[in-house]
Design a protein around this ligand. Structure first.
Ligand code: GAL
Length: 716
């Protein structure tokens, strides 16, 4: 890194006002520019996540220009704090700035980015308060500081603003607004240093791809991680769990991994990380019995160590000044507690077959997590620790599995910037179906994964609707820790719940390829409509409003597209919510087809669908190819298993699809042990000619004679 460039910004503690020149930015990776402001910080978000940029994948993206006018970017150190300012244009929208649950466009909002359990308001306190925003103009900005940042996302107006709001008289002017127009994003970093990154586009999706690739590329889950998972009641014993597995078999319901909740610990809240001998007398035998049935186990934990656990005395010297539920809080920025945890977890869990963890309680709430007056032996402040604790545990634990050349896929309740490559999905206790979908959409702007987990429901309709959504998310999970619910809890919709779970299983080749695109190209597997190219290409007016005389979507504008998202390259998912019989779906430019019937659904318009209870509305792009497993099954394929494919084609256009495969469990794909198979349908006159070209046959685990299904049939 060019030290001279960086040094020019080492301004710590002085009152200095700086206009950052383009030359002050250092292109640290293709299309990623870096600026260091003020003093070096010992902890950063990307550092805690342990990112390793994928430079060769970044180099393959289109060459972007430096996205902003550098004369309009300001970086100042005032009173030992960093003030940052980035320009905004009139019709610019900004997305991201943490995992929000109610809103997408953040322009006009003030956020205090702070790791916390989401409390019902999009105010910055959330599970992944990632200080990254994505502009509709096709670039991204990351402020890498492990601090409680305040972001004025287009709310503050300087006296010397480049594009000030119009002066209006409230007495006489009806257009007067309490919140006038602002031409900038301003950020307060309560520290004497911060690192800033600019991610070039040219499109929004390219900027997100760059962000994810800079973080090492998105995570690639093991195949089993994409199957169905059931979390069992807290006090279930090994016998109860095996009985539950038998029930899944009786009900012919898919199951790939079981989540074992707090009761496996001999004490929980704080935890011992030791098996409770009364409920689990023979952990190894228990895990073996599960494995014999092709099922893995994920263990719940929080990192606070009970005085009754063997780790307590050893880790105590490396812990913070305050306790959480009487447990000590390890300082995971230090090597010693990391090694103590590693040895214990390897010996007692991973070494005997545990496949992953659910890392709970690393987010908040304030009343029980360590306070900001706590201190830690490394000198890391309580504030910094709060912002990175979830990242540290994710990174540390994923490395344990990597040592064994096994992939893991687990759950976490706190994350932050840099997490794209970490094999964890965020969840919480908030349980609003609609807001869960908003979070799923927002996760795609900030390089994290989210599951709209299902727990319980007051009635069958809600149960089915939630099940349909979760099967179209990064983790198909039923979390029955409190209620003991099962997928068949509402017998009147058992068949429909099974059907959607089976559909998810059958979509493995498609979904796994979507995750491969996340890993190798940085494309989020579940993503916001705003990331689709040309969504509003023809309809935006100067002011960013949509002209309703020409707008194909009627009164819609981009920031209002809610509750619908893309899964993989070409499937649009539009979940239904209890009590709603119909809904609107915005179909982007090009023809779209009903996934189930292959019939034309519409083209660049807002349609209203009334799908009935049985199905979650799914739409497919014209020319899309969707590879699926030919038959339903209850487990994801095991290593080496070869399965028949059904390859669907939708619409009237020719199309291609890149089908990814590898062994599904190890990291050998990092050495090139994978295959990309080109599926192709060419339209010639009234007929479609299918073709499949397999690369690296050794790593392709499907039979060579797929069944091609032309869902839309012949001519239109
Ligand atoms: C909560 C968590 C739940 C469940 C529960 C067990 O904190 O969000 O999913 O694991 O703990 O006590």
């Amino acid at each position: 890194m060019k030290k001279s460039v960086i040094l020019s910004f080492v301004l710590s503690l002085l009152l200095v006002s700086v206009k950052a020149q383009e030359t002050d930015w250092f292109e640290t990776a293709p299309g990623v520019w870096f600026l260091k402001v003020g003093a070096e910080q010992s902890i950063t978000l990307l550092g805690a996540a342990g990112i390793e940029p994928d430079l060769s994948a970044l180099a393959k993206l289109p060459d972007p220009k430096f996205p902003l006018d550098t004369n309009k970017i300001r970086a100042e150190v005032i009173d030992g704090k960093i003030y940052l300012r980035f320009p905004l244009e009139r019709n610019e929208e900004i997305y991201g700035l943490g995992l929000n649950f109610k809103t997408h466009n953040q322009r006009g909002r003030i956020l205090n980015l702070h790791v916390d359990h989401y409390g019902g308001k999009d105010n910055g306190r959330t599970h992944a308060p990632v200080p990254f925003y994505l502009s509709s103009r096709g670039y991204g900005v990351l402020i890498d500081a492990a601090r409680y940042l305040t972001v004025y996302a287009g709310t503050a107006i300087r006296v010397d603003a480049d594009d000030p709001p119009e002066l209006l008289d409230r007495n006489t002017d009806q257009d007067w607004k309490a919140q006038p127009y602002s031409d900038a994003v301003e950020v307060l970093v309560p520290a004497d240093g911060a690192e800033v990154y600019l991610f070039g586009g040219p499109t929004m999706l390219n900027a997100v791809q760059r962000y994810n690739l800079y973080n090492g590329g998105g995570t690639l889950p093991p195949k089993w991680g994409l199957g169905f998972t059931q979390r069992v009641p807290t006090l279930y014993s090994d016998r109860d769990i095996l009985n539950e597995v038998a029930e899944f078999e009786e009900h012919d319901f898919p199951l790939d991994f079981i989540g074992v909740e707090p009761g496996w610990h001999s004490m929980a809240y704080p935890c011992t990380f030791e098996w409770d001998k009364s409920r689990f007398p023979d952990p190894e035998g228990f895990l073996q019995s599960l494995e014999n049935k092709g099922i893995r186990a994920n263990l719940w934990m929080n990192p606070y160590i009970s005085p009754k656990g063997s780790l307590y005395e050893k880790v105590k010297p490396f812990s913070g000044t305050h306790t959480v539920w009487n447990g000590i809080v390890p300082d995971f920025t230090l090597k010693e507690p990391r090694e103590l945890f590693r040895d214990h977890f390897m010996e007692h869990h991973i070494g005997i077959g545990v496949s992953g963890y659910k890392i709970d309680e690393v987010d908040g709430f304030d009343h029980w997590i360590w306070p900001d007056v706590a201190s830690f032996p490394s000198g890391t402040s309580a504030e910094e620790m709060r912002q990175v604790y979830g990242l540290l545990f994710q990174k540390m634990s994923s490395d344990w599995f990597r040592e064994e050349n096994r992939r893991t896929y687990g759950l976490v309740r706190a994350s932050n910037a840099g997490a794209s490559n970490l094999p964890y999905v965020i969840y919480n206790d908030y349980y609003s179906h609609k807001d869960f979908i908003t979070a799923l959409i927002n996760s795609s702007f900030i390089g994290v994964l989210w599951t709209p987990e299902v727990r319980s429901s007051g009635h069958a309709e809600d149960w089915l609707r939630r099940m349909q959504s979760v099967c179209f998310s990064p983790m198909a999970m039923l979390n029955a820790w409190a209620d003991g619910t099962k997928p068949w809890t509402f017998p009147e919709v058992e068949a429909q719940v099974r059907e959607v779970a089976m559909l998810r299983m059958r979509l493995l080749p498609y979904i796994y390829s979507a995750f491969a695109a996340y890993h190798f190209e940085g494309v989020p597997p579940f993503r916001a409509m705003q990331l689709e190219e040309n969504l509003f290409a023809q309809s935006e007016t100067e002011e960013g409003k949509l002209d309703s005389s020409e707008n194909p979507y009627g009164s819609y504008s981009t920031k209002e597209i809610q509750y619908q998202y893309m899964m993989g390259e070409s499937i649009l998912v539009a979940p239904m919510f209890a009590g709603e019989l119909s809904r609107e779906v915005l179909l982007p430019p090009g023809k779209w087809y009903n996934f189930y019937t292959g019939q034309l659904a519409g083209e660049e318009e807002v349609i209203t669908v009334t799908p009935g209870l049985d199905k979650i509305p799914l739409f497919v792009k014209d020319g899309a190819i969707v590879p699926m497993l030919k038959e339903s099954r209850n487990r994801m394929p095991i290593q080496g298993e070869t399965l028949p494919l059904e390859i669907r084609h939708y619409g009237v256009k020719s199309g291609t699809f890149r089908l990814y495969d590898d062994d599904g469990v190890s990291f050998d794909y990092e050495q090139g042990d994978y295959s990309w198979t080109r599926l192709k349908v060419t339209r010639e006159g009234r007929s479609f000619i299918p073709d499949m070209e397999i690369s690296n046959e050794e790593f392709f685990h499907y039979t060579r004679d797929p069944e091609w299904v032309f869902m839309t049939g012949g001519e239109k």
